[in-house]
Design a protein around this ligand. Structure first.
Ligand code: PLP
Length: 387
């Protein structure tokens, strides 16, 4: 079980930049905010309807691992969408994917353990790992590799890691938008089979936010023999635009799920009963809106790419999923200073160093197209002046 740590996690740099942008706006400055990874859509109407109806019921405590009917709805979705079969006691529901990941690390990590985290990474992983007394082992990737960790890289990192406990895989990635193909996952699985003590966190939170018709590949489906070592994490925040409802889940081996549930039961007991009932409706309801919204995100992505790629100072890959762009700014070393300067130019972004990618900026396109286009123009204009 975990050890206590005195590590003081810094505030999320994403939230810091978003707050700075909000403060400047409140002071009357015209700021285009491209910081937050929060869909600008509403939750689907049928979900809101289900929530209104649920208010007629008595909203008492639920089991710490969630309502049985919600666990059933999650299992149904995973069977239909990803061909994965989980039993009831292999699912734990929590307050967002974030809490599930935190619970899993809390339940399994101790001082001296290492967690392999490919960069660019979601900014919370390394801090969560440190809060559990363990150390992140960062595996940098490049745009030439499509921001995906290769089997060779993983193999050499595992060979030299002292006490590796987890590997984090997140696809589509925040902030890279990168997806893994089945073949790439098979190659990673081949390496992982030689390290039976390493668990794999498969953070699939953006699985439904994709701009390709290729089927979604996830390690648990590609390498079922590893399923006893995989914690698949997902939730309603991104695809269903239900960030504030705080519902996420983890699916994996029984013992790990029991340990996650124990941690859950000792902190906030369960996530909101109302939110759980709304999530059942979300998972069981019509799904046309997912395709429609992805088409809107895709158009925004392409509009932003057109502006950014016309600037010779920027090098930017085309993300296949999630809603972020990660341009590299040629010749820039201090991306934090750059992000602060850009605030003066009226656009708020997040410095790439928050994601292990210094020299980059993250721009979220989960915002209206006109806003996004204006933000990209301001960025390009400001870089032109800075040259
Ligand atoms: N994992 C990744 C990669 C994310 O980007 C986020 C949210 O930004 C989360 C997990 C957490 O999502 P939730 O709102 O379900 O806690």
């Amino acid at each position: 079980m975990h050890s206590n740590s005195n590590y003081q996690a810094p505030q999320s740099p994403i939230l810091l930049m978003a707050r700075r942008a909000a403060e400047l706006r409140a002071a009357g400055q015209d700021i285009v905010d491209l910081t937050l990874g929060e869909p600008d859509f509403d939750a689907p109407e049928y979900v809101l309807e289900a929530a209104r109806n649920a208010l007629q019921e008595r909203l008492g405590y639920t089991p710490a691992n969630g309502l049985p009917a919600l666990r059933l709805a999650i299992r149904r979705r995973l069977e239909i969408d990803r061909g994965l079969h989980y039993l009831d006691d292999q699912i734990a529901v929590g307050c967002g994917a974030k809490q599930i990941i935190f619970n899993a690390f809390t339940a399994t990590l101790q001082a001296g353990d290492g967690v392999l985290v490919p960069a660019p990474y979601w900014a919370s992983y390394p801090d969560m790992i440190r809060m559990c007394g363990a150390s992140p082992i960062i595996l940098p990737t490049t745009s030439a590799e499509g921001f995906r960790v290769t089997a060779e890289h993983l193999s050499s990192a595992l060979r030299s890691a002292k006490s590796p406990r987890w590997l984090v895989l997140n696809a589509p990635g925040n902030p890279s938008g990168a997806l893994y193909s089945e073949r790439e996952l098979e190659a990673l699985a081949l390496v992982l089979r030689d390290y039976p003590g390493v668990m794999i966190l498969s953070d699939d939170i953006y699985a439904e936010v994709r701009y390709t018709d290729k089927p979604y590949a996830t390690l648990a489906a590609v390498a079922p023999d590893l399923s006893e070592r995989i914690l698949l994490v997902d939730g309603v925040s991104k695809a269903y635009a239900m960030t504030g409802w705080r519902v996420g889940w983890g699916c994996g081996p029984r013992e790990l799920i029991a340990a996650i549930t124990s941690v859950q039961s000792q902190n906030c007991t369960q996530t909101s009963t109302l939110s759980q009932l709304a999530t059942i409706a979300a998972l069981d309801g019509p799904r046309d809106f997912l395709r429609e919204r992805n088409e809107i995100y895709r158009q925004r992505r392409d509009a932003a790419l057109e502006i950014l790629r016309a600037c010779t100072l920027l090098e930017v890959s085309c993300p296949e999923g999630a809603f972020y762009l990660l341009p590299r700014i040629r010749g820039i070393k201090d991306d934090q200073a750059l992000a602060l300067d850009l605030l003066k130019a009226g656009v708020a972004t997040v410095p790439g160093s928050a994601f292990g990618m210094s020299g980059h900026l993250r721009l979220s396109f989960a915002t209206e197209q006109a806003n996004l286009v204006e933000g990209c123009r301001r960025l390009v204009t400001a870089l032109g002046y800075a040259q």
